[in-house]
Design a protein around this ligand. Structure first.
Ligand code: PHE
Length: 341
């Protein structure tokens, strides 16, 4: 029996020394020391031993148990340390390795200038209104006093959506004026930025889709002086305090009187150059005093109220702001170009 015990000790110690991990060690503990384990099995046979043999075998059995327990504990400490080291190695994080750069993109130059313009107008008490891009011809033409004979109403100029010409892609942001005046009574101060569509050939200064910022102020006693003061202040904020403007008489069906507004060429300061095509001035927007017919069509009494309106070309503003000489660059989505802003 003593021999059996010694064999058990030897087998157990070898197995324990070879155990690769904590799981295997637990299996071995159960196998040798568990209630149904091999040592227990041997001890159960002690009943058949003589009174002299019993304490001897008992001692030997205890010694085997102790050495197995010690071996389990020692090997346990080793595999635990190994596991920890492996984990530290696997989960190693080198904080000095350069990170992967997150590409968050950037604002389009048109958005940059639009945001600047919004800030300026909002600071002057204007709020922002929006209208549909697919517009009723009633709003984009009739209510704006644009006669049936006007060239803009021809199929060669406008993207009609309906055969009967009742719906089209708006060719200006001015219908938002009508929509807003219909729904609100004076005092009114809004700007309305958005896309507009015209059947223009694409070239360096034209695109069938572009952006405008419409402006409208209606109140008692609004004059052309308010229009000039407002636009001068805005353009000087956008292009610098020494920006010079020029108001030329013009015609729009929905304003009376009407004007076009130019800024003095910032490249040549008015002498004439390529940027301004030798003019010394760059046309930036159309404006005027809201036509009494447009006011009364929206339920506003032109005897009591007056207003000014203007329409700024956002692409033109952006090109001037950043010195861009070809409008197509704004729409081609070339990251080499867009990444510069
Ligand atoms: N809607 C005009 C255009 O597109 C611009 C404009 C707006 C003129 C408001 C006067 C008043 O040319």
């Amino acid at each position: 029996m003593k021999e059996t015990l010694e064999k058990l000790r030897a087998a157990a110690l070898t197995a324990i020394a070879d155990a690769p991990g904590a799981k295997r060690l637990e299996e071995l503990r159960v196998k040798y020391l568990g209630k149904k384990g091999e040592l227990t099995a041997i001890l159960k046979q002690m009943g058949g031993l003589s009174a002299e043999e019993r304490p001897v075998i008992g001692q030997a059995a205890n010694s085997v148990r102790e050495s197995i327990e010690q071996a389990l504990e020692a090997r346990g400490a080793v595999v635990e340390a190994d596991a920890l080291e492996r984990r530290l190695r696997d989960e190693e994080l080198d904080v000095t390795v350069p990170g992967t750069e997150a590409c968050i993109g950037r604002r389009h130059p048109i958005s940059i200038v639009l945001d600047e313009a919004k800030d300026i107008f909002v600071g002057m008490g204007f709020s922002i209104a929006e209208g549909p891009e697919v517009e009723l011809s009633v709003y984009d033409f009739d209510r704006l006093n644009i006669p049936q004979s006007h060239t803009v109403r021809e199929w060669s100029d406008t993207f009609y959506v309906a055969e009967d010409e009742s719906v089209h892609l708006r060719c200006q942001t001015s219908p938002v004026q009508v929509r807003y005046m219909e729904a609100h009574s004076p005092p009114i101060r809004i700007i309305s930025p958005g896309r507009v569509y015209r059947k223009d050939e694409i070239d360096a200064t034209h695109s069938p889709m572009f952006h405008q910022i419409e402006g409208l102020a209606v109140d008692r006693g609004i004059t052309m002086g308010d229009l000039k003061g407002t636009l001068n202040a805005v353009l000087q904020r956008l292009y610098g305090a020494d920006t010079k403007t020029r108001f030329r008489p013009h015609h729009f069906p929905f304003t009376e009187p009407s004007c076009e507004v130019d800024v003095q060429c910032f490249v040549c300061s008015g002498a004439g150059c390529r940027t301004c095509k030798g003019e010394g001035w760059i046309e930036l927007l159309g404006a005027g005093m809201v036509h009494p017919k447009v006011l009364s069509g929206c339920g506003i009494d032109p005897e009591e109220y007056s207003g000014f309106a203007f329409g700024l070309g956002l692409e033109r503003m952006t090109m001037l702001r950043f010195g861009i000489d070809d409008m197509r660059l704004l729409f081609e989505n070339d990251m080499r170009f867009l990444g510069q802003f």
